[in-house]
Design a protein around this ligand. Sequence first.
Ligand code: IPE
Ligand code: IPE
Ligand code: MG
Length: 248
Amino acid sequence: MRIPRHLAIIMDGNGRWAEQRGLPRIIGHQRGVETVQTIVEESCCLGIEYLTLYAFSSENWGRPRDEVNALMDLLGRYLKNELETMCRQGIRLNVIGENTRLPGGVRRILEDTIEETASNRRMVLTLALSYGARDEILRAAINLAGQVRDGRIALEEIDESAFGRRLDTGNLPDPDLLIRTSGEMRISNFLLWQLAYTELVFTDTLWPEFGTDQLHAALEEYGGRQRRFGLTPAQVEKKVRNSGEGRH
Ligand code: IPE
Ligand code: IPE
Ligand code: MG
């Protein structure tokens, strides 16, 4: 199986999973956390180096206050519970998004977890929290404009790499594969810059029901894709032959 170096997931469908069963939406989110545990562990075992999970969008702040509070509570508890497992599995925690909007308690647990997992090397787990790609791109643009104004960077020095480094994902490679669960076929303001050449896999499975079998199926689909980056199939085949490997 061809393993993506960086897998990103839009974890969607918790609410509908619960509603279909006549349960409160928050029960769906609780089940969603269990799926996160399964998928993080399996990704690590498969040798994925970077796993990025869309956990809470800038727009999700507009949900009913009870749901937002319950999600923040779940996040704090998840992080506390997982610290030991993350260290055992060699997982380093990373966060992208406008984190200053998160409640103080959650922010502190996040900072502690990031610090305590900083030397882990097997996989980088990035949580997108209070994340919106337009907001991220705007912050990077403002940062660059300020540096130009202050004479710290010349206009001519601004290229894709200089811009990319100023995004929240500055230290991450672009995702190779994006999976979105729950049948919705949209990006919902996730990684707009970084997904330029990412392979997209959509599945009808709701996030609480997404398991290792579904992950393997998505990876199979990814493995059957030819990534051309604007070139012709023949050019890509030649490149793969010359590099002597089928990966990436
Ligand atoms: C994804 O599930 C989790 C978050 C967005 C926080 P949803 O809560 O969006 O579930 P649906 O889409 O309403 O089913
Ligand atoms: C995207 O899901 C955000 C997360 C998975 C955290 P949403 O459920 O918020 O997206 P829309 O509203 O269906 O586009
Ligand atoms: Mg949704």
